[in-house]
Design a protein around this ligand. Structure first.
Ligand code: GRF
Length: 200
């Protein structure tokens, strides 16, 4: 049974779907939900579901990423995870941390990578006149939002879409994609998951 730690910074809707998917014959179980923000809503949503939680507040480290990551890494080791899932984790990780987890760490990004790495993906896709959008689950490497692709879900861009409306449509696809990718990844299957979700 693989042990999964989920890292988040916000509400944790992706974490909830991942946790709720790890039941029955699923080859993994959640062992920790960890946030860089002690006030993250996802921490209480994890606790409500019986998942151990922890917070390592990044602010006292005043930008010393390595020092923050040393504490983060030590706290993770206490839970002995086999897999890390970044799910709305909004801190950039250094190559030093990534080297220690590479091959065991996934992230979900709200665009069809390699398009629209970075932030504000939906506004940028709309500004570019894209007719479709979506989300990508990839392995985390030192190149930001650029590791090996493990899953992708496509959604249509509809006339009159705002960034908020498109974000909600993509988020619904994220909630289908990430659990599907984690189940395969935990089973050692690296075949990318491809979803073309309904107009939604
Ligand atoms: C999602 O938009 C995801 O694509 C991005 O951060 C957001 C996470 O939302 N990585 P939530 O905290 O899982 O609700």
């Amino acid at each position: 049974m693989k042990r999964v730690a989920i890292l988040l910074s916000g509400g944790g809707s992706n974490m909830v779907k991942l946790v709720e998917s790890m039941t029955g014959d699923h080859p993994a179980r959640p062992v920790l939900v960890l946030s860089n923000d002690p006030a993250a809503g996802g921490l209480s949503r994890a606790a409500e579901r019986g998942v151990p939680t922890a917070a390592v507040d990044h602010r006292p480290f005043r930008g010393d990423r390595t020092a923050f990551e040393e504490v983060l890494h030590a706290r993770l080791l206490e839970a002995a995870p086999d897999i890390l899932c970044l799910a709305g984790f909004m801190r950039i990780l250094t190559a030093g941390f990534i080297d220690r987890w590479q091959g065991r760490m996934l992230n979900i990004h709200p665009s069809l990578l390699p398009k629209y790495r970075g932030l504000h993906t939906h506004a940028r896709a709309l500004a570019a006149g894209e007719t479709e959008a979506g989300c990508t689950v990839h392995e985390v490497t030192a190149d930001l939002d650029d590791g090996p692709l493990r899953g992708q879900a496509r959604v249509p861009v509809l006339p009159g879409d705002t960034a908020e409306v498109l974000a909600a449509r993509v988020l619904a696809a994220e909630h289908l994609l990430y659990p599907a990718v984690l189940r395969r990844f935990a089973a050692g299957d690296l075949t990318p998951v491809r979803l073309d979700s309904a107009a939604g």
